[in-house]
Design a protein. Structure first.
Lengths: 583, 242, 247
């Protein structure tokens, strides 16, 4: 029987309905282009809802000395200078406008006493910079974008998964996708495609990410010839829950330490004094995560392999007022009253800094017509992301990707998708349902997570990485032969076939990047190369799928122009230096 | 000493279905969603359940557990020691498969609410006290449990005459925004059907975000409707005041 | 925070709640018995006065020439105020009309039009009955003061205290009303003056909002206390008991 396929044509097709995807679609639709958004989940459920702390923007509402220069300075320093300075500059300059735009669209931020948007301090931000709504900022952000997009002319496809991007010669031509609800297939032909599918934290077992973070868009684009960069940079958030088993990895907000929480090992020692005597608990995420890990390795871990986090000295009333979400989370899920007792935390996979290599101004990839924004794109965060920069990232570059796609689509004709390619993909997509023998996707996912934890976790070294690569390649072969019994109607086993394939590909890219970067920098910690090396700081490792398989090559980090480089010569952050100069 | 727990999960689609029993080994702190994941990985890979964050932020995993309307990710298995845990899909919405229901009607209605119409350009000057009450409403995670429990939708299927508590909260957050200039009263009384609500408060009871839907949202809106349609004297006073 | 802060409390672990029919049954019994008692007063009792004590069912005694049964003269207003009260409406719909009896309990009724048609649409007049209830409340306060004046001299009897408590509870019920909460400030969109300070309406709304959280509790307690006050005075009238004079 020949498969019934629906065909759609759009000027701009956005894959991913999180913050970046919605913002991109709003931009292109407001410019009058025929736009569609595809999302794996229901509208407004994307991983953006999980963001707690806030959105970083140098509004200067509480600290007037703040400005884009200081935000830029903090971002570059925290990324260990392998970020694309142009992205960091654009990001720092445009974040305040994007936040105010949200307010105009109906977002309701917490207020300062004089009625402006409230901003909170966060790890490694020089000034109070994170606009927020309690500890649920991501929800406010995506809800606002959801409400906005419902009022503009965008076709929204919910619970639909893209499995392959098509090209017309060199340029992008569209994608094929299946509806999760009933397995119907649809082909989307589009002049421009924006990838905004987020990260791939689910390749790891202990993660704060939701199920959607399987890196679909990045993997699809990678297969279609797009370049990935900085794949080795995977952020461990220092504080995830450890117990009970079902909640292992769920985020404990940085706000707990921000509000005064202290870390202790099993011997009662406040060990951060040893690793970072100045910033202690409020050191950057890579440092704190590594320190907890080292303590556990030295046999000073808590019963479930972590460290104690203690905020009881602040008093019950304070904790309940400042951290209501955390109080409730521990009470409901772990039976722990954090106002009365210390609790265990351990590092958890939180964010993927690497991803699709994009142009700073248009968010275009190396594939003509293909754009990327948000967590699936690389460049802004370098080797370590600052808290709060992810939400501003999706707004700034979501909009820029939408604008870039608009510009591209306006100046190009509708591409053609080769029918033979479509038919081949239809066959591949449906095959797992009819296989009588094959691998269990859930089991392979567990295997992948085990490999990632064992060989390319927080602590890395050459031999382990090589072993991991070999195991992943073997696993990738097994993923070609998965079986999903049941019908096409909302069949999670079938859905996870494609998730697992995508994560295996990206997992391999993580390992390959980690093998090439022979140094320790930010999130990359190699015990065989424990130091940060100047030479390595001048390159990003870029990967591409070629006829010969995945090829990794170093690309020079673009050098900063003099006026920006000068900001880093004063010994202090620009805002502080200016203030000092005035005095 | 892990003991087994028994889950009886609805399996079926719009054509009908029945509950099927599964045994799952108990783990400390396990939530019902964990148990369903275990079933997926071991017994029924095609068991359909919607979920995203597993931390009660996204509102995807709404279901009916032993007759109570809850989020699967927030309901502990050890709350039901010695009982069979019956898990069923939301009653009010059409079943797609197993625990997954078609909630698209809610989005269709959300699309019909006239958006925020600010009086001025941002940045706004607003005090925290001005936004407190709308922030409560904006804490909604759109799990649609309130829509599910609302008897107007659940038992009377009056979707054509009432948009449900979630939508009322959407109206409330707009109407109470200090800078909104929109007037949605006619819609609220007419097509959105606020009069269909008889304030029996079940929406408030089931809200996993603890939003006081009835007292802080719907009743103040009913009073606003009364301002316009049942209080000519008050209307006159307000006009003179302006 | 003017809004109730339920979201700040941790999710309650398993609540061992009562069977769902307990609450509606209680409502039916309590309101039913109160209704029967009231009817008995209307048709079989013509007065509620014992010296300086006046039953709230029969206040005010002055009828300005209008001839109706004494108990009906005032009774209609608090009755309508309570019947249209947002809290009682919930209890009545659940208890008497089973619309719904309790959350997620199936309903048998086929036709439902909520509060869109008469008589239920008239619940929108709640604020008007509130105005009338306030007028009645003024008389009840006067009565409460009278209850401390024995033959022109100040004194305190058990009855005086009961009548004072009664009028305080009735005031708490009346001023925690949802409609009043709206009229006093909830209806305004902005709570801040030009100078950044809170408006008076905000402060009042904030206060009333706090009371409003207990509106249901006040509703029951004040109803039972009115009942009790009348019974107490009626027992005095019939000489069954004697008032306790403190001084």
């Amino acid at each position: 029987m020949r498969e019934e396929i629906a065909y759609h044509e759009y000027d701009v097709l956005v894959i991913g309905a999180g913050g970046a995807g919605l913002r991109a679609a709003i931009e292109s639709a407001e410019n009058g282009l025929k736009t569609a958004v595809l999302g794996k989940s229901l509208l407004g459920k994307a991983h953006t809802v999980m963001a707690e702390g806030g959105v970083a923007a140098a509004l200067g509402n509480l600290d007037p000395q703040d400005g884009w220069e200081t935000h830029f300075y903090d971002t570059m320093r925290s990324g260990h200078f392998i970020n694309d300075y142009r992205m960091a500059e654009v990001h720092a300059k445009e974040s305040p406008d994007r936040v105010l735009e949200l307010e105009y669209w109906g977002a309701v931020f917490d207020r300062t006493p004089d009625g402006k948007i409230m901003q909170r301090p966060f790890g490694a931000h020089t000034f109070r910079r994170l606009a927020h709504v309690g500890d649920r900022t991501g929800k406010e952000l995506i809800r606002t974008l959801e409400q906005k997009i419902l009022t503009v002319k965008v076709d929204i496809f919910q619970e639909i998964t893209a499995t392959k991007l098509f090209k017309d010669q060199d340029r992008i031509a569209g994608c094929i996708a299946y509806y999760r609800e009933d397995g119907r297939l649809a082909v989307f032909t589009a002049k421009a495609v924006v990838i905004a599918t987020g990260g791939w934290g689910k390749a790891y077992k202990v993660t704060s990410n939701s199920w959607e973070s399987t890196g679909d868009g990045a993997a699809l684009a990678f297969r279609a010839g797009a370049e990935l960069a900085d794949m080795e940079m995977v952020q461990f958030h220092p504080t995830g829950m450890t117990w009970p088993p079902g909640v292992r990895g769920i985020l404990v907000t940085e706000g707990v330490r921000g509000e005064g929480g202290l870390l202790f090992n099993s011997e009662g020692e406040r060990f951060m004094e040893k690793y970072d005597p100045v910033r202690k608990e409020l050191s950057s995420r890579d440092v704190v995560a590594r320190s907890i890990y080292k303590e556990v390795r030295a046999g000073r871990g808590t019963p479930h392999g972590g460290a104690w986090l203690d905020i009881t000295h602040k008093g019950a009333a304070f904790v309940k007022r400042k951290l209501p979400g955390m109080y409730e989370q521990f009470m409901a899920l772990a039976d722990v009253d954090i106002t009365k007792t210390r609790f265990e935390v351990a590092p958890t996979i939180h964010y993927t800094m690497g991803g699709l290599r994009v142009d700073a101004y248009t968010a275009s990839t190396n594939v003509p017509g293909l754009f990327a924004a948000g967590e699936c794109a690389a460049g802004l965060h370098g080797a370590n992301r600052l808290g709060g920069n992810s939400l501003s990232d999706i707004l700034v570059f979501g909009r820029r990707a939408g604008a870039g796609a608009t510009e591209y689509a306006k100046n190009s004709a509708m591409p053609k998708i080769d029918n033979a390619e479509v038919q081949a993909e239809v066959e591949r997509v449906l095959a797992p349902l009819s296989r009588s023998e094959g691998e269990n996707p859930y089991r392979l996912h567990e295997d992948l997570q085990e490999i990632m934890a064992a060989h390319v976790g927080i602590e890395r070294n050459g031999p382990e990485l090589e072993k991991g690569l070999a195991r992943l390649q073997e696993l990738r072969e097994r993923t070609a032969n998965m079986r999903a019994p049941g019908s096409r109607q909302f069949n999670p086993g079938w859905h996870s076939v494609f998730d697992v394939q995508n994560m295996c590909l990206l997992g391999e890219a993580i390992v390959r990047g980690a093998i090439e970067r022979k140094e320790s920098r930010g999130a990359q910690w190699r015990t065989d190369f424990p130091d940060e090396l100047e030479e390595q700081g001048k390159v990003n490792y870029v990967q591409q799928v070629t006829d010969k398989g995945i090829v990794v090559r170093p690309e020079p980090v673009p050098p900063m122009p003099a006026e920006l480089a000068e900001l880093f010569t004063r010994g202090v952050a620009p805002g502080l230096a200016n203030a000092a100069r005035k005095e | 000493m892990p003991e087994d727990i028994t889950l009886s999960v609805f399996r079926g689609d719009k054509g009908g279905g029945d509950e099927v029993e599964y045994k799952v080994p108990m783990q400390t702190g396990m939530v019902v969603l964990d148990a369903l994941h275990f079933i997926q990985a071991h017994d029924a890979p095609d068991l359909a359940v919607r979920w995203n964050c597993k931390a009660a932020h996204c509102g995807s995993c709404s279901a009916e557990i032993n007759g109570s309307l809850k989020l699967l990710c927030k309901t502990r298995v050890d709350d039901y020691v010695g009982e069979v845990i019956h898990v069923r899909p939301m009653h009010t919405f059409p079943v797609i498969k197993d625990l997954v229901t078609d909630v698209s009607w809610n989005y269709d209605m959300l699309r019909q609410v006239p958006a925020f119409q600010p009086a001025i350009k941002a940045p706004f000057t607003l005090q925290q006290r001005d936004v407190d009450r709308i922030q409560e409403f904006r804490n909604c995670i759109e799990c649609f449990l309130c829509q599910n429990v609302c008897h107007v939708l659940r038992d009377h299927s009056a979707q054509d005459r009432y948009w449900g508590p979630r939508l009322m909260i959407r109206f409330a957050e707009l109407e109470m925004h200090p800078l909104d200039t929109g007037d949605r009263m006619e819609l609220l009384k007419g097509a959105a059907g606020i009069g269909m609500c008889n304030i029996t408060k079940c929406c408030t009871v089931v809200c996993p975000q603890g939003i006081n839907i009835t007292d802080n949202g719907i009743i103040p809106l009913k009073e606003r409707v009364a301002d316009v349609y049942w209080d000519p004297l008050g209307g006159l006073v307000r006009k003179m005041h302006k | 925070m003017a809004q109730t802060a339920e979201s700040l409390q941790p999710a309650k672990r398993k609540s061992h709640s009562l069977p769902y029919w307990v609450e509606p049954t209680f409502t039916v019994l309590a309101l039913g018995l109160f209704g029967l008692y009231t009817l008995w007063l209307v048709f079989f009792q013509s007065s509620g006065q014992f010296h300086n004590y006046l039953s709230p069912f029969f206040s005010p005694t002055e009828s300005w020439g209008i001839k109706v049964l004494p108990a009906i003269w005032v009774l209609w207003s608090p009755l309508l105020f309570r019947a249209t009260c947002y809290y009682y409406r919930k209890e009545i719909y659940r208890g008497f009309l089973h619309d719904p009896m309790s959350c997620a309990v199936p309903e048998k009724r086929k036709h439902y039009f909520g509060e869109t048609r008469f008589p239920f649409s008239w619940t929108n007049l709640h604020r008007w009955f509130w105005y009338v209830a306030v007028i009645v409340l003024v008389f009840l306060w006067i009565d409460a003061v009278q209850a401390f004046i024995f033959n022109g001299h100040f004194g305190v009897g058990l009855g005086s205290l009961i009548m004072l408590a009664n009028v305080i509870l009735l005031s708490a019920y009346t001023f925690s009303c949802h409609a009043f909460r709206h009229l006093i400030g909830g209806g305004s969109q902005k709570f801040t003056c030009a100078d950044g300070r809170p408006t008076t309406r905000y402060k009042l709304w904030n206060r009333i909002s706090a009371w409003n959280e207990n509106h249901g509790t006040y509703a029951w307690i004040s109803m039972f206390f009115v009942w009790f006050t009348d019974v107490y005075i009626r027992l005095l009238m019939h000489g069954v008991i004697h008032d306790v004079r403190f001084f």
